[in-house]
Design a protein around this ligand. Sequence first.
Ligand SMILES: [Zn+2]
Length: 303
Amino acid sequence: MGCPEGDDLVLVGRDRLHDLPGEFPVVRCQHCGLMRTNPRPTSETIGFYYPDDYGPYQGTQVTNSRWYSISQMLRKFVNVILPTHACLLPDLTAGRMLEVGCASGKFLHEMARKGWQVHGIEFSDSAAASARLLGYPVTTGQVESVADFEEPFDLVVGWMVIEHLHHPVEALTKLYNWTRSGGWLAISVPNAGSAEFRIFKENWYALHLPAHLSHFTPETMRKMLTAAGWSVERIQHQRTLTNLIMSANYWVAERFPDSFLSKMTGWIAKKQRYLNLALYPLSTLLSFFGQTGRMTVLARKPE
Ligand SMILES: [Zn+2]
């Protein structure tokens, strides 16, 4: 955040999602406490770590079948128990929405169905093309460098995206300038302030190196938003144990490679959504104490 030099080494990790080469240190700024991946791939070379089969690009594809509607209904039911992003939004009248990192357009689609006029920004050409096929305008590029919008937005969202940006304060300032006075910002990021981060360290699932460049805690997230002009309204800790289950799987795989135990935890990791449901009381408790691996932050541009 424009701090003078001075970082402490927190851990050194690698790419666990695709097993691509490289070792990546995570450091903590001695001044503001922000944790960053440093050294890190540049904005020119980072694309290498986002292959086309990158998970989030796939999971957000929309199909127009009857099954899609049925699965959406089922999902709504599950969402009451395991809230996703949309459920965490304040109750707003439909207006103009911008989604940063819209991937293949699933959330744009959801909001458009509710009457929102939606626009997306997406870094990946192929994911942006999928979202455009659904009929939504999508600007390809990085938030920090795309051209300004003419009309302001009532709501800007970014689901698990700010941690991927090379210049988060600049990006959040840009989003601030694109929002009308009184408009909302809703973002979700991993919570590196949780106990699971300190327990699992380089095995923490949400580290996602080297794609994640910042590793926020509620405090550093608050500082960064304030620096960009936003006023933080609330920080919600999502009721999910995904990180915990996946991190335990990484830990076992590292300690006991190719063992029966690691095969078992690998299988559990694939079915983690069900385990998450079964352990709902535990995730509610952890969320209450701010200890789950993901947080959603709501901020507002002052009137
Ligand atoms: Zn700093």
